[in-house]
Design a protein around this ligand. Structure first.
Ligand code: ADP
Length: 379
């Protein structure tokens, strides 16, 4: 177990003479025992970052520090880390027991009996104790992934590095394995860096999540902070499903003026906006309230375009004008039925809005977590 620090880490690939900056000056401190999820769209530099931590990729500049020691430049075998990949990379001709023992036999001086007992205990912990004599071809995808995990766990490393380990599994198994992996990591207390492009996985698994875009670190935060207090437009749009609604507006004194509607703002919001003239108003779908009638400053007449029933809730796509494509989405209770074409008043409460500087993307105003706890007490 150890803390892991990325200190201004940069990776530049040479692509036929032109530079590709895959990872751009990324610094993250990961605490001992922490589960950190690296998340972002495809090509944002997640795997490259992980591979640099593993020592599988050289670092163009910056340092990686593991347990108080700089490991930059050390080969993978001298870093005391274990990796789990999307492809299980099991040896097909070896049994589960042999796959799990192999690394220990090769790289440690543990006695055979000791290896055997570690492998058996780990296999029991992963509920694959009865599969030890089977070959990978005789296992389901989920079981193969458990073997790959087991192989990493028996090495008792300082850090686990996981690169989309669950993406080959079907949805149900994936969500089951998510919970199991989290419990396992908590029990073992091993510092873990987990890469995924799936924001749901990031939200549900991480102690903290690090959001990358285009090689640049956007924010490192707890899942709830990233959701309610995104640092910028990118994070706000990436985290959450359906995504946050955005409207481009211009500041005009005590109101924001947009193509579709004007939005009066309080003195407090004006102060948050400061000198910014082009702002983007963001509102989470669940914060849009749909009411039958309303003439308040933040009530807007809309028409239901499409209703997407999810069971527990309905995603209602709304247009400001009849027959226009939907402008935004509201999430409401699943038992409440609305019909396409039905007029409805959408309320966008000022305490729930986010504002971003459209030119820089930086957040100007977020809904505060303390405010949220006050308005929505949770038992
Ligand atoms: P992610 O894991 O987030 O999908 P990667 O870390 O694999 O992203 O890639 C980040 C960027 O670096 C991408 O633009 C990718 O095309 C580029 N890249 C990755 N590996 C190489 C390589 N060996 N040579 C050149 N460019 C690469």
């Amino acid at each position: 177990m150890a803390e892991l620090t990325l200190d201004h880490v940069t990776k530049v690939y040479d692509d036929d003479g032109s530079d590709i900056v895959a990872v751009d000056d990324v610094s993250i401190d990961i605490a001992d025992g922490e589960f950190l999820v690296l998340v972002g769209p495809s090509g944002c530099g997640k795997s490259t970052t992980l591979r640099m931590i593993a020592g599988l990729e050289t670092i163009s500049s910056g340092d990686i520090n593991l347990g108080g020691e700089v490991v930059t430049g050390r080969p993978p075998r001298d870093r005391d880390i274990a990796m789990v990949f999307q492809s299980y990379a099991l040896y097909p001709h070896m049994t589960v027991r042999q796959n799990m023992s192999f690394g220990l036999e090769e790289s440690t001086d543990m006695a055979d009996g000791e290896i055997s007992s570690v492998v058996t205990d780990t296999a029991e912990m992963l509920s694959i104790g009865d599969l030890l004599d089977r070959k990978p071809g005789e296992l389901s995808g989920g079981q193969q992934q458990r073997v790959a995990l087991g192989r990493a766990i028996v090495r008792d490393p300082k850090v686990f590095l996981m690169d989309e380990p669950l993406s080959n599994l079907d949805a149900k198994l994936r969500s089951q394995m998510r919970t199991e992996l989290q419990r396992l990591q908590e029990d073992l207390g091993v510092t873990t860096v987990y890469v995924t492009h799936d924001q749901t996985e990031a939200m549900t698994m991480g102690d903290r999540i690090a959001i990358l875009n285009d090689g640049v670190l956007q924010q490192v935060a707890t899942p709830l902070e990233a959701y309610h207090q995104p640092a910028n437009l990118f994070v706000a749009g990436f985290i959450g499903e359906p995504s946050m609604n955005f409207f481009e507006m211009e500041t005009q004194g005590d109101r924001l003026s947009g193509d579709r509607f004007d939005y009066p703002i309080s003195q407090k919001t004006r102060e948050a906006v400061g000198d910014a003239t082009n702002v983007t108003l963001g509102i989470r779908p669940e914060d849009v309230e749909l009411v039958d009638e309303g003439e308040g400053d933040h009530d807007f007449g809309t028409v239901v375009d499409v209703v997407e029933p999810m069971g527990n809730e309905n995603n209602v796509y709304l247009s400001f004008e009849t027959d226009d494509p939907a402008d935004f989405v509201a999430t409401i209770d699943g038992m409440r039925s609305l019909d396409a074409g039905q007029p409805v008043v959408a309320r966008i409460p000022e305490d729930a809005i986010h504002l971003f500087d459209t030119d820089t993307g930086a957040a100007l105003k977020n809904r505060s977590l303390a405010e949220l706890e006050e308005t929505e007490p949770r038992l």
